[in-house]
Design a protein around this ligand. Sequence first.
Ligand code: SAH
Ligand code: SF4
Length: 348
Amino acid sequence: MDRASLIAALRDEDPGKLKLLRRRAYEEKIRHFGSRVHLRGLIEFSNRCVKNCSYCGIRRDNAAVDRFTMTANEIVECASDCYRRGYGSIVLQSGERRDGDFVAFVENTVRAVLQACGGELGVTLSCGEQSPDTYARWRNAGARRYLLRMETSDPGLYAALHPADHSFEERLRCLRELKTLGYQVGTGVMIGLPGQTTAQLADDILFFQDLDVDMVGMGPYIPHGETPLAAAAVDFDKNRNFLLGLKMIALTRLALPDINIAAATALQALDPVGREKAVRFGANIIMPNVTPTVHRQRYQLYEGKPCLTDEPDACGSCLEARLRAVGERVALNERGDSPRFIQRQKNR
Ligand code: SAH
Ligand code: SF4
């Protein structure tokens, strides 16, 4: 799809056209993945962060946040639970730190997780911007995938959302470095940011294509009261952002048919069945939150985060029932690597 048709599709409010878009995107999803959804157990292992992104609830300057880091043993236990439940993959996500202790902690924890799970579990990291050496160490420890959202592909909007010492170029450098190191690379954007245009969102999809990413995880922007950006988000329109989120998923599925696309948790924050709807719009990945309940409320990137008090054990059966209701099922005991990545490896 070219830029003009992407913009037109994002702006179109005709229900008939929306239905058609959903049907086409879902057909592509079925063609590549069947009626199956892969799970990634999301472990939010630390809310300590050196960054100060203006939209994020755990930004450095939010003094109201009670900071925590899980122990390596806690993380291994959580990961092993996922493995036992048949989740083929986990995501270890945290605030950003670049100090030596943190780098070594992540490296050792990845090794310990893989040792506990016989090397079978797919480990994804989402720990922000790091040096090439750090990314290489974590890759050697066994991490296969990395999620680093670009947040927006527009350098001007990026600059408006971040303090002056946060660099668009550096983030892009990280994404390229991760690809070179052989990670399956995922990126994404926030949808419905204050000041964001549909043309910028269309460019985001073209950006995913240009970078030839293996995975996309994107979701609606949701204000958090303790952040500077909340003041600019006074006209926050929950329904508009939700719908834009679904359209972005469908258009990304059409642009990059064989990549893994996550139904972001933020969609569920705006609509109780948001993730299931996202699957019907072409997503094939769901990331159940398996962070121990005691830590979960301290990792609030945005307000209204769902499942704050649910025990991880309950997630599996809840998700199965939810997916069955939309004619899908959970694919268990498989890593669910990105078909695009596998194909690229074969072509080498
Ligand atoms: N520190 C790492 C990973 C944790 S943040 C990083 O920044 O990459 C993970 C993602 O949460 C961010 O990439 C951002 O897209 C999303 N996020 C942060 N604040 C948000 C908000 N208010 N609404 C929606 N998504 C948000
Ligand atoms: Fe830190 Fe990530 Fe939040 Fe930015 S988005 S403040 S890097 S946790």
